[in-house]
Design a protein around this ligand. Structure first.
Ligand code: HSE
Length: 325
């Protein structure tokens, strides 16, 4: 069997024998959506990870890395492996999964790299199992991957990665996920080539907030959700404000304030830190504006001589997608 990774063709580590192989594309996600720390997130169409899975004779999880990121292949230490092990705990039969991962979402980039791996793995495995588990079950399994990656089971990357669109995580324990909408917006993302570990970006946050700040944040979250559902772009723009997390985390991201200001001046509705950073995202109503925002982001990092990647993409409506091989 032949597989591809980053447009390079090579022979599958699965060999020729064995059963059906399921291939999925697991999209990047933007968690928090500025004001909704740990409760809002959305999926985008680019970039995405590609993963292949099949049953194998050896019970448990066997992992092959097809990319150059050198991530652990021991299942307990691998986010996809941890998610699959959580799934296996709820399967009475002795089952073995063999997984080959081609990551295109760089780990530590702030666009849900770990979530794509863990969500992609459980969605693909569930297909092998003839959809035995619900989407909510899959989120629950995949959150074990987030625990491995950041020490905390948050779902604001996992849920949109599995459901697509913009997703509200009203509660984690018990899990209460509310798929909201798929706004027709363009997303510009810049990823400065520095790494911010989610665990570090969480450890610097204040554990207490002032009531006046909490009130402002509640207003913004409610305004953002209402704006998205009513397609009220001015309301979306006004609500893309974070008075709790961004002031602390933005110091980790070179050029953050300038990029935000220049993007708004270029016509973006607004935006901020993607997840725990260092990526920054901006929302725009049309592609031309999104591309102008991309040019502004590029110019800032050129001036700072900082390597960076940019994407102009749209909101992913479906989440992890099965792909014909
Ligand atoms: N809500 C999480 C955080 C997302 O901001 O720490 C991490 O991608």
């Amino acid at each position: 069997m032949r597989l591809f990774c980053n447009n390079t063709f090579f022979y599958s580590p699965f060999g020729n024998e064995g059963g059906a192989v399921i291939t999925v594309h697991a999209p990047a996600t933007v968690a928090n959506m500025v004001c909704g720390f740990d409760v809002l997130g959305f999926a985008v169409n680019e970039p995405y990870d590609e993963m292949h899975i099949r049953f194998c004779d050896k019970p448990g999880v066997t992992i092959h890395n097809l990319d150059d990121y050198d991530l652990p292949t021991q299942p307990e230490l691998n986010v996809a492996g941890a998610a699959l092990l959580a799934m296996l705990e709820e399967i009475p039969e002795p089952i073995g999964f063999e997984l080959a991962i081609c990551k295109q979402i760089k780990p530590g980039s702030g666009v849900g790299s770990s979530a794509a791996s863990s969500a992609g793995a459980v969605v693909a495995a569930n297909r092998l199992l003839n959809e035995r588990f619900s989407k909510q079950d899959l989120v629950r399994f995949a959150m074990n991957g987030e625990k491995v990656a950041s020490g905390v089971k948050h779902a604001d990357n996992i849920a949109p990665c599995i459901y697509g669109g913009v997703t509200l995580i009203r509660s984690i324990f018990p899990l209460d996920i509310v798929p909201l909408t798929v706004p027709q917006l363009y997303v510009t993302i810049v990823h400065p080539q520095i790494e911010v570990r989610t665990a570090d970006a969480r450890s610097i946050l204040k554990q207490q907030v002032l009531l006046k700040d909490a009130i402002r944040q509640w207003g913004n979250i409610a305004g953002l959700v209402a704006g998205l559902l009513q397609e009220d772009y001015d309301l979306i723009g006004r609500s893309l404000e974070d008075v709790l997390i961004e002031p602390v985390r933005s110091i980790l991201i070179p050029g953050f304030d300038t990029i935000k200001k220049n993007s708004r001046e270029a016509g973006a509705l607004g935006g901020g830190i993607s997840g725990s950073g260092p990526s920054i995202f901006m929302l725009s109503k049309d592609e031309a504006t999104a591309k102008e925002v991309q040019a502004q982001m590029h110019a800032v990092y050129e001036r700072l001589s900082l390597d960076h990647h940019t994407y102009v993409t749209t909101i992913n409506p479906t989440g992890v997608r099965l792909v014909d091989q």
